[in-house]
Design a protein around this ligand. Structure first.
Ligand code: SF4
Length: 198
């Protein structure tokens, strides 16, 4: 069968694994890892390595953008205090999907999408909006998938466990890491309060 080509923007291995597993029968896939948002660098290297491992396992070509965290800092400058899912994330999506659209154009491939729609924490409307803007800037197509449908998120957890993949507990940037730490501290404080009253 002559499968149409599709570039997949990859943010992490667990999301990648389920999406590649779902799409590989229907598309000629090209994985593109582009995440200047990820901090610290050690975490970036680890997520990159895991993503490469998944692509090798499924025998899909894998490419990665050079790590340029300054480009992310510049993109979100002035919006550091907006909550997750707001303007900061919109700018982060635009940066990563813009680079993916540029990659698509350079490779002379017609379409791309992102595996990020599998996450219940990412607004599908924001992903589609930024994906389409990025695509039109480079005269390519953005395919609007929603991989969390048909239980996709749960399926990705099951598959990533089976493959022994690392699953991070924060989105990626230094701000989401600080938000995770705050959440953990609050949970611990609440537990302590409960045990005091118990
Ligand atoms: S929370 Fe996630 S999507 Fe939002 S800015 Fe940080 S890394 Fe990007």
């Amino acid at each position: 069968m002559n499968k149409p080509p599709l570039v997949l923007h990859i943010c992490c291995a667990p999301d990648e694994a389920w999406v590649v597993n779902t799409l590989e029968k229907h598309y000629n896939l090209f994985c593109f890892f582009c995440n200047p948002n990820i901090s610290p660098q050690k975490e970036y290297q680890f997520r990159l390595q895991e993503a490469q491992t998944v692509a090798n396992r499924f025998n899909v070509p894998f490419f990665s953008d050079p790590y340029q965290p300054d480009s992310w800092e510049k993109a979100i400058e002035g919006f550091e205090n907006t909550p997750e899912g707001g303007e900061r994330c919109k700018r982060c999506f635009l940066l990563r999907l813009g680079r993916t659209a540029e990659f698509c154009r350079k490779m002379n491939l017609p379409s791309f999408t992102t595996v990020m729609s599998i996450s219940p924490h990412k607004k599908i409307s924001l992903l589609n909006e930024t994906g389409k803007i990025a695509a039109s800037n480079y005269d390519v197509n953005y395919e609007c998938f929603d991989f969390k449908k048909k239980n996709g998120f749960q399926q990705s957890i099951i598959l990533s466990k089976k493959l022994g993949l690392y699953r991070q507990d924060y989105c990626g940037c230094r701000l989401s890491m600080a938000e995770r730490d705050l959440r953990k501290r609050r949970q611990q404080e609440n537990l302590l309060k409960k045990s005091d009253h118990g």
